[in-house]
Ligand binder design. Structure first.
Ligand SMILES: Cc1ncc(COP(=O)(O)O)c(C=O)c1O
Length: 492
């Protein structure tokens, strides 16, 4: 890693506004990078003077971090040669969460259950959740903090104790009302507030719906490729995800698949994840008819449909359903910020009470205070105007990324998907090792996910890179992709 690459890597992870001393942050980021082998054994670090200059911080700050890391054995000095990553780093990283790589785990050695071991082995969540080109993360720096804090203060001043205790039922009533109103208008979802169950995000919605509607061993069709989270939540509940191929029209079951109706069909009709296509009307009709005929539940994951740049957002699949077979999953993770942890599932009216009860009993939910603030945020129009602003910003960033791709590769590499969402899928030639590209990119401080990792069936896996652009400052999109292009070229 060169000085410039290392300083980029560090700059992306040091937050001067978070109140934590920079010397401590620097120490922690370097320690983490050593433990996760992003900074390999033997790597020479720049002198404290050079690094301080690159990061525009005091030399003392770097010296403090280096000395602490030396004292703990992570770094060593070699007389006359400089500072290096020491080779005494333990192979076993204490916290599982510290690893980005899918580190194999022995179920027995840790006492994990079979499914626990599977979950850890196939974990998809990255340690880094911010920076070029982290997929699925919006620009949280553009969130209107002042408006939010004004609304929040209003509730603190009133000291509403009922908002500070456990929640009961499907969430804070005014928020359920606001979400239902928004979904009816913006997404053509057919629903009343009663049908909206407020959760802590799509992950929890999938967990809840699976526990209430399926039994151990039931099969769930998932798109292949699909979002790793869906797959992992299902397997952790001992359900069986069945990978179904995807074509230009969306999920594409063969006759042999159709002969064995599953319990659930998980789909992303507005913006297939991660390839980006929109499910065709005829495929939507086919799925709805099939679901009705075989009593299958369709789980519509509508995670980022607000962001369409060349056309209006598309109507939901739920809005076309006349037999109450669709559950609609939504989230504020992409529209506002993922750390908010608020999402919702819209269920058929007949299931609303059962879902509200299940939610309260399983998760002992709360967050009513946050939900009250969010309700006001929506009712006062801040939600709609934030989406409008973000749409302009993300459209610009997507365009910058497309330009950078074509500047570097012309038409040689195809982009999958249309003008929508927070990421693009850049397809690589067959036999290109996309995971190796991602590993090298990460060493340079660039986060990218390999497309092949989203497939369940190895014979279908296509190499490619999932590039999130929404959280990358516009002026960084082109230059960072240019650096990534250098790595890609070495693998073509
Ligand atoms: C397709 C898809 N569904 C669901 C989620 C997760 O949503 P939430 O943050 O609400 O759990 C993501 C996050 O990236 C996603 O890409």
């Amino acid at each position: 890693m060169r000085v410039a690459a290392l300083s980029d890597f560090l700059l992306q992870r040091i937050d001067r506004s978070c109140g934590k001393p920079v010397n401590r942050q620097l120490y922690q980021v370097i320690r983490e990078a050593i433990l996760t082998h992003v900074m390999p054994v033997g790597l020479q670090l720049p002198s404290s003077r050079d690094l301080a200059r690159e990061l525009s911080i005091a030399r003392n700050t770097v010296t403090y971090a280096y000395e602490q890391l030396m004292a703990e054995g992570y770094l060593e000095t070699r007389a006359g040669a400089g500072t290096f990553v020491a080779d005494t780093v333990p192979d076993q990283i204490p916290e599982v969460a510290a690893s980005n790589s899918l580190r194999p785990m022995q179920a027995g050695s840790l006492g994990l259950s079979e499914r626990g071991a599977q979950l850890v082995k196939h974990a998809g969540a990255y340690k880094f959740q911010w920076g070029a080109f982290m997929p699925g993360v919006p620009d949280v720096t553009a969130f209107p903090n002042k408006v939010w804090s004004r609304l929040q203060n209003k509730y603190w001043r009133r000291s509403r104790s009922e908002l500070l205790t456990y929640g009961h039922g499907g969430g804070h009533a005014p928020l359920r009302e606001a979400i239902a109103e928004y979904l009816r208008v913006a997404r053509s979802v057919n629903c009343s507030a009663e049908q909206v169950i407020v959760t802590s995000g799509i992950h929890q919605s999938i967990d809840l719906a699976s526990k209430l509607l399926a039994d151990v061993g039931d099969r769930a069709w998932v798109e292949d490729p699909c979002y790793w989270g869906t797959r992992n939540v299902l397997t952790s509940l001992n359900l069986k995800p069945v990978p179904i191929a995807v074509d230009a029209e969306g999920i594409s079951p063969r006759n042999s698949d159709l002969r064995h109706p599953p319990r659930f069909i998980f789909v992303t009709p507005s913006h297939q994840y991660p390839l980006g296509q929109v499910m065709s009307l005829s495929r939507r009709r086919m799925l709805l008819e099939y679901a009705d005929m075989h009593n299958v539940w369709i789980m519509e994951d509508d995670y980022d449909s607000e962001f369409r740049y060349a056309s209006r957002p598309l109507a939901s699949l739920q809005g076309m359903d006349t037999h109450d077979r669709v559950l609609y999953f939504g989230s504020f993770s992409k529209t506002l910020f993922p750390g908010l942890r608020v999402g919702f599932v819209v269920v058929p009216l007949a299931l609303a009470d059962a879902f509200a009860t299940g939610l309260s009993d399983l998760y002992r939910c709360g967050q009513l205070f946050t939900q009250a603030v969010l309700a006001d945020f929506m009712v006062e129009g801040h939600f709609a105007s934030h989406i409008r602003r973000m749409r302009v910003l993300y459209a610009e960033r997507q365009q910058l990324l497309r330009e950078a791709i074509s500047r570097n590769f012309g038409d040689a590499l195809a982009i999958s998907g249309d003008d929508a969402g927070l990421h693009l899928a850049l397809l690589l030639p067959e036999r290109c090792d996309d995971a190796a590209v991602c590993r090298q990119a990460q060493e340079q401080g660039i986060i990218v996910r390999p497309l092949s990792g989203y497939y369940m069936k190895p014979s279908r896996a296509k190499p490619g890179l999932i590039l999130g652009y929404a959280c990358v400052p516009s002026e960084m999109v082109g230059p960072t992709f240019d650096r990534l292009a250098g790595i890609i070229r070495r693998h073509l």
